[in-house]
Design a protein. Sequence first.
Length: 341
Amino acid sequence: MATITARQVKELREKTGAGVMDAKKALVEVDGDMDKAIEYLHEKGMAKAAKKADRVAAEGLTGVYESGNTAAIVEVNSETDFVAQNEKFVNLVKEAAKAIAEGKPANQEEADELPMGNGMTLKQAFVDATATIGEKIVLRRFAVVEKTDDQEFGAYQHNGGQIGVISVLEGGDAAMAKQIAMHIAAMKPTVISPKELAPDFVKEQLALLNHKIDQDNESRALVNKPALPHLVYGSESQLTDEVIAKAKEDIKKELADEGKPEKIWDRIIPGKLARFVSDNTQVDKQFAALSQEYIMDDSKTVGEFLKDNNAKLVNFVRYEVGEGIEKKQEDFAAEVREQMK
């Protein structure tokens, strides 16, 4: 049996990230053959990863990387937020985003085969991380975003990478693109324009808004406050010419009933009509970036701000760690009881 030296153990650890004892054991098992030791550790890592496959990984980080006219955004999940602070994990997120931006994979299968800086494929790097860190580590999702030479990327990560955004702006500079990315991080739009919202989706969200109004009205009734009216519309797509014309006539009737002189109606109607549109586009404001109040200047919508600056939002991707994942609910009392048995 070959003698295993400290130098061999150090070299194997540098190549694989394995712990000292795991590296030494691997070298002993293969009689000091470095290539076989690496293969041995990979096989052991895959076995460990398989045991963790059914665990829920809902913590982690997003990663963003720009390379020329291509950018990538990734979400890498771990089982605990503690591991998300691990240096090896943080570096894995950065390297995965870089590999995807440079390799431009079309799907997960292509992403798995991308080369990483340590000589592994992306898939091998994640198996190795799961084995070394001791938690299930997965690349949950990624997006490759392209721009032209005349466009700007805005990259932003919030709360240490819990939220990541890439925006693409045309007609503005990099600083403005980043500001728009910050707005998107804060306000959670899902589309650029309200025109992208499906009619059935608008109706569904409008029903939810009215349900919330019903709940609010129950509370208001307890303190003798007047009930809030239901919303009739939720999106500008529902505000047809006929709807706007009727709203205008209703405003005129209201002014007449209030005894306002007709000669001043033209000064009042535009403001009331704007309020009608604002009140009846709540779904747009929740989901469409251009319809939202701009967080840097709430006197304007994002659309108005961009128009004033001759700029256009072309694309964006927003990832928030764990969104849409049903997290395991821990019963700590039961856990303590189990440990006491």
